[in-house]
Design a protein around this ligand. Structure first.
Ligand SMILES: [Zn+2]
Length: 342
């Protein structure tokens, strides 16, 4: 316990809180900018197990704010979940780190949530957040939503049965092009650090067994203006009619809502996911693609640039592909079909 001495000295946690932390199991969905800070902080604080799900690989343009990664991870073209696990195990070998190179979909979310006490939002899109909200409310697992663009962000801790859920706040998913993204507005590192740190504070309260300290509110922060506001959300639930926590209908969890292909935030890229799940032989695929362009492969992915093309395809073992050089879903799907096969 000596490595946690300073944290135990803090009245809010104490030895009892630290013991609870050690027993806790957390899922972090997305390990980009917010996820890097969340994962590092929780591992240093001494949670028992951290499961990380991320569908992406480390890119040079991530290093400005995604603090778990370095140039070596870029050179090795590592998936973020793997690069994060490597780093986190060096930080605290007592914590069980469980990386999943996977997209969080209605098919995979149940298994990823299995046995965890808390879910952390490290995503960059509302489709995944609405899915997490359904899964968390259905299973009774607290989750901490956050988002960050430019210099501003928001944090909302959701405790099923105690606070309003994300869909009490936002009954419908924002339409395409209706909300700011890091593509249009950019993002600065300190905004991410502060927003993620507020998520971690809420996590420490919940994981140390003090869930009653979580208030029904949305924290909105702008680090450039130097403002922090806490919007009271009590009353949202009484307004009633929430499809998720009120009527307990879960259309995102049951796959009635949500698509299989998504434009990736700020990357001029589309992810295409096959409608059927299954393992792909990356070795065979690399050999098959070799005559058609430039191929790089490692045990986790194949990167392929077709001859005379401005596109690049990164294909993972679960059959997903990230197609760069386009934001057009149809074009991405046709490239997928051409080179990988539907
Ligand atoms: Zn609700």
């Amino acid at each position: 316990m000596s490595r946690y001495r300073k944290q135990i000295l803090f009245d809010g946690l104490g030895e009892a809180g630290q013991s609870r932390l050690r027993e806790s199991r957390v899922l972090c969905v997305g390990c980009g900018a917010l996820g890097s800070v969340i994962a590092e902080s929780l591992v240093r604080a001494g949670v028992g197990m951290l499961r990380i799900a991320d569908r992406d690989f480390v890119d040079l343009s991530n290093l400005q704010r995604q603090v778990l990664y370095d140039e070596e991870d870029v050179a090795q073209r590592l998936p973020k979940a793997i690069a994060a696990a490597n780093k986190l195990r060096r930080i605290n070998s007592d914590v069980v780190i469980e990386p999943h190179v996977a997209d969080v979909t209605c098919q995979s979310v149940g298994e990823l949530c299995d046995g965890v006490n808390l879910i952390m939002d490290g995503t960059d899109n509302f489709e995944t957040r609405f899915l997490i909200n359904d899964a968390a409310i259905e299973a009774g697992i607290p989750w901490i939503h956050a988002g960050c663009v430019g210099a501003h962000g928001q944090v909302m801790a959701i405790v099923p049965g105690q606070t309003p859920c994300l869909r009490c706040l936002m009954p419908e998913m924002p339409g395409p092009g209706t909300s700011e993204t890091c593509d249009t507005a950019g993002v600065i590192g300190p905004a991410v650090q502060i927003v993620a740190s507020l998520q971690v504070v809420a996590a420490l309260k919940i994981l140390s067994g003090q869930t009653e300290l979580i208030r029904p509110e949305l924290t909105v922060i702008d680090v450039w203006d130097g403002t922090l506001r806490q919007l009271k959300l009590s009353g949202l639930q009484e307004a009633g009619g929430c499809q998720c926590c009120g009527r307990r209908e879960f259309p995102f969890l049951h796959g009635d809502e949500g698509s299989r292909s998504v434009v990736l935030c700020g990357r001029n890229s589309v992810q295409v996911a096959p409608s059927t799940s299954g393992k792909l032989s990356l070795f065979d695929l690399a050999n098959r693609l070799d005559p058609s362009g430039e191929v790089q492969a490692n045990p986790f992915l194949v990167r392929f640039r077709p001859d005379e093309s401005e596109h690049e395809l990164t294909i993972f073992a679960d059959g997903r592909a990230i197609i760069t050089g386009t934001e057009d879903l149809a074009e991405a799907k046709s490239l997928y079909a051409r080179y990988i096969g539907a």
